[in-house]
Design a protein around this ligand. Structure first.
Ligand SMILES: Cc1cc2nc3c(=O)[nH]c(=O)nc-3n(C[C@H](O)[C@H](O)[C@H](O)COP(=O)(O)OP(=O)(O)OC[C@H]3O[C@@H](n4cnc5c(N)ncnc54)[C@H](O)[C@@H]3O)c2cc1C
Length: 309
């Protein structure tokens, strides 16, 4: 069946785009190379419970249409306000509170929100697209084509210039589980100030609401670059840094590492999306800051623009 629009990428931007198109009465298909949709909204079941490996949380901010969606998720217990206060921790382990906007989390893991958006959409999983051109995906007629994937990945699929060629930074997410909690209940999350190895630590049991003694630690881009071929190699320096920063006496009982080669763009374009005849692009590089709400807003805006044309 020929569709009006084919979206390559079933992360939150591609799903938002597809929903806007379908809601406007047009036909749309989403192709994603993963086993399940979500992309960097990634939750993986580890030792029987979902752990957020990608985005740590999301912020609604001034994003009005995204705010309506989040209110609906909250009403259906899919999302919940987590905290507006993290700490900043220095090299000696001194902590200072860092208030900010309300951060939201998902009791079932952030991927559950992507799965919710995908419900009722024509999504083809485990379909890795290799080549796109205006109105064409892998040599087949595809309607308008949308690339909802990180720009370095998009650049491999088409010779057309999309985006501004900005570099993307890697992160390795390291899951650390102890048998019992080793940190205070009001930690929520910690930014590591100037640490060479760790950038952010999230209390996964706190954000998910089950109290499990699990931390998810994101490396700095420099530490991640050293381990792109061997993410497990990041575990030992991350454990050492986390124990030092949070003054934890024990090694974790179990660990798990996940590599994000393209975790976030070093800069964003400031424009809402890219559009040219037959080939468009959306995602978290399109907007003011690389974030979940930016990705959703970009996809939603592009979908509405395509549906109106
Ligand atoms: C470690 C980490 C921490 C983060 N922390 C936060 C945070 O705390 N708060 C926040 O707001 N944001 C955070 N982010 C950013 C947030 O996750 C992203 O902005 C958002 O999820 C991007 O969504 P997207 O749809 O644009 O892209 P993605 O989620 O990357 O989706 C792209 C999809 O395209 C698919 N794909 C790629 N290539 C192909 C292909 N050739 N064929 C078919 N499918 C393909 C992939 O499988 C993927 O599902 C974080 C990201 C990472 C990695």
């Amino acid at each position: 069946m020929t569709v009006d629009v084919t979206v390559v990428g079933g992360g939150i931007s591609g799903l938002a785009c597809a929903r806007a198109i379908q809601d406007a009465g047009k036909t749309v298909r989403v192709l994603d190379r993963g086993r399940r949709v979500g992309g960097r909204l990634s939750s993986r079941t580890i030792e029987g419970r979902p752990v957020d490996l990608g985005a740590s949380y999301f912020v609604v901010g001034e994003a009005e249409r995204f705010g309506h969606l989040v209110a609906d998720w909250e009403e259906r217990d899919l999302a919940r306000p987590w905290t507006d206060t993290f700490v900043v921790v220095d090299a000696e382990g001194n902590q200072a509170p860092k208030p900010g906007p309300m951060r939201w989390a998902a009791p079932l893991g952030l991927r559950s929100l992507a799965l919710d958006l995908a419900a009722g959409l024509d999504v083809v999983s485990e379909r890795a697209v290799e080549r796109v051109a205006p109105y064409v995906v892998d040599g087949e007629s595809a309607g308008d084509v949308v690339l909802a994937i990180p720009e370095p990945q998009a650049a491999r699929l088409t010779a057309l210039p999309i985006g501004d060629g900005s570099a993307w930074e890697p992160v390795i997410a390291v899951v650390l589980r102890w048998d019992e909690r080793q940190w205070p209940a009001d930690l929520h999350g910690a930014f590591a100030d100037g640490d060479a190895d760790v950038s952010f630590v999230a209390d996964d049991g706190d954000r998910r609401g089950d109290g499990a003694p699990v931390l998810v630690v994101h490396t700095t881009a420099d530490r991640a670059r050293k381990h792109l071929d061997d993410p497990d190699g990041a575990i030992a320096p991350v454990v050492a840094a986390t124990r030092r920063l949070l003054q934890i006496d024990l090694d974790p009982a179990s660990t798990f590492a996940h590599r994000w080669t393209f975790a976030r763009p070093a800069a964003t374009t400031g424009r809402p999306f890219f559009r040219s005849p037959g080939l468009s692009a959306c995602g978290d590089a399109w907007g003011d800051s690389s974030a979940v709400r930016t990705a959703w807003t970009s996809g939603d805006a592009l979908g509405r623009a395509l549906a109106a044309s």
